[in-house]
Design a protein around this ligand. Structure first.
Ligand code: G3H
Length: 541
């Protein structure tokens, strides 16, 4: 038996071996937030199973974490109506509140959210199998994101706190909310990515219905009271259940003004088409990606390997920004592959609570079988798994596979594997990987590894028009969050940096008047009497 096989046999612990601090009491969630009230659900509930299995007599079995409401169309529509009532066609308390007051509500929320850190981080770890270190990072990054968004909004508001006079027209131009936002984040960043749309949407004065992803639901439970107590009633409403059953009817009402969705482009298309007037629907979408890494002949191979390993295998490759295919120049392929395999051997596999663990179980029940399928398909078309134990699985755990040489006949060439499989393609001419990027349906990011400025510079000029971030000698990634995060083709719609997101969830609106004495007098009276929230030169300090 190989070392990996031996480790796999005992990778899942007995219940008794779970460290005290990581233990989790099942959370039976019956509550949902609608119209400012936390209601109790008496209907059927969904059983939540962890990617973490426990060793049992019959073999490893997913640990049960609790349950959450399987709401129906009726409750979904109730949540939507509550959000629509709170928005009240733009006349509600929240959309007409001053920016300063909205920020105060959000600051209260941050304070309440921070109190729940330990509970949320533990749930995050158990629900999606993310290491405790990365789960903590996700929480902290999210809090930081909220703080940065507040600062960006203050800046935006300061810049629009003055009136302008042009061609005989006095105007004040600001950004106004859009209406009801439906927020749905992905399972790989269930807290962070949900909040990267939810928070700017709220701060801009929209009201929200949010549905947590398929995995990563219970971790939102500790925040229900914080949402209820920090915002006016109906501003935040929660939905739980099967997306296919409850989201379609919401879209069909035409009452959703913004769809903020992070997931697959196929689902995004279906949702958009369900809206009776798609031209009225703004979409903010983070979708599929198949980011390529291109290793040039003169690359610093130690650096390239280290970035490719983190890029391809952080959180087991379950990141939209993950490097999902590597193109390596033939002149360095042997050395690169040898180093790559060695680096992967150095990654610690285990349970998410173990210090420094890098490889953990996968949340999607069907993922191990899918990964086995795409590996088998690659083998059928001439590739091999070149690392020992690559692709071996035990229940929800799959050991990373380096698959080589990959070609266009294979599914791994086209499909976003979203898991621990690293396809490697040898190339002789740099036009080959460039053609791959140009022909791809996806256009999020790319990484280029090399040292020759004359080789890299022209590549940059081609690649920036194909994707939305070209990383030089660095893995692909979203952060820092003040950088724009977006994609072309099937990869995204809208841009989500801290400041861009505020724009995505608002529209410019202005008050304008011909420059006459009567109008000046009127405007002056409104400003001095602080009679309007919009027409106001108040400056947030
Ligand atoms: O899943 C996609 C995430 O936005 C990636 O974010 O690059 O910070 O892991 P990250």
């Amino acid at each position: 038996m190989t070392e990996i096989e031996t480790k796999l046999k005992t990778i899942f612990p007995d219940e008794a071996a779970i460290p005290e601090g990581a233990r989790l009491k099942p959370l039976e969630q019956k509550e949902y937030l609608v119209g400012g009230r936390i209601k109790s659900w008496a209907g059927p509930r969904h059983e939540v199973l962890s990617p973490v299995c426990l060793a049992g007599k019959k073999g490893p079995e997913r640990a049960r974490l609790g349950s959450y409401p399987l709401m129906t169309q009726k409750e979904a529509l109730e949540a939507l109506d509550a959000a629509a009532a709170a928005y009240d066609e733009g006349r509600g308390l929240w959309p007409t509140l001053s920016v300063e007051a909205r920020i105060a509500h959000m600051e209260e929320f941050i304070w309440r959210m921070k109190e729940k850190r330990a509970e949320i981080v533990n749930l995050l770890m158990w629900e999606i199998g993310k290491s405790s270190e990365d789960s903590a990072k996700e929480f902290d990054r999210t809090v930081e994101y909220i703080v940065d968004t507040i600062n960006a909004l203050k800046e935006l508001d300061r810049n629009s706190s003055r009136l302008s006079v042009t061609q005989g027209i006095i105007a004040q131009i600001k950004r106004a909310p859009l209406g009801v936002v439906l927020c749905m984040g992905p399972y790989n960043y269930p807290l962070n990515e949900t909040f990267t749309t939810l928070i700017p949407a709220l701060l801009m004065g929209n009201t929200v219905v949010f549905k947590p992803p398929k995995y990563g639901v219970l971790l939102h439970r500790p925040l229900l009271e914080a949402f209820r107590d920090s915002f006016p009633k109906g501003v935040v409403n929660t939905l739980y259940g099967e997306g296919r059953k409850i989201i379609g009817p919401l879209m069909a009402t035409g009452k959703v003004n913004v769809l903020a969705f992070i997931g697959s482009n196929k689902v995004a298309d279906v949702l958009r088409q369900q809206h009776p007037a798609p031209h009225r629907l703004r979409c903010v979408l983070g979708l599929d990606a198949k980011n390529a890494g291109i290793v040039l002949p003169d690359a610093d191979l130690d650096l390239a390997v280290s970035e490719c390993v983190t890029g391809a295998l952080s959180y087991n490759g379950q990141r939209c920004t993950a490097l999902k295919i590597l193109f390596v120049h033939r002149s360095v392929q042997s050395e690169f592959l040898e180093k790559l395999v060695r680096a992967i051997e150095g990654l610690k596999m285990g349970m998410p609570w173990e210090p420094k663990v890098k490889l953990t179980p996968l949340p999607e029940a069907e993922k191990p079988a899918y990964l086995a399928e795409v590996i088998a398909d690659a083998k059928k078309h001439g590739a091999k798994v070149i690392n020992e134990g690559g692709g071996l699985a035990s229940a929800s755990f799959v050991y990373p596979a380096v698959v080589y040489p990959v070609n266009a006949k294979m599914r791994l060439w086209h499909e976003e594997q979203f898991g621990p499989v690293v396809p490697v393609v040898p190339f002789s001419d740099v036009r080959e990987p460039l053609k791959y990027v140009v022909d791809s349906n996806f256009g999020q990011q790319v990484s280029v590894f090399g040292r020759d400025t004359d080789a890299i510079a022209p590549m940059l000029d081609v690649l920036v028009n194909q994707v939305c971030r070209v990383n030089v000698n660095s893995q692909c990634q979203r952060g820092p969050d003040i950088f724009p995060f977006t994609g072309r083709k099937d990869s995204a719609e809208g841009t989500l940096s801290v400041s861009d997101a505020l724009r995505a969830f608002s529209i410019r609106s202005l008050v304008a008047a011909k420059d006459s004495d009567a109008n000046k007098k009127l405007i002056r009276r409104i400003l001095r009497g602080r009679k309007s929230k919009f027409l106001s030169t108040d400056f947030i300090l």
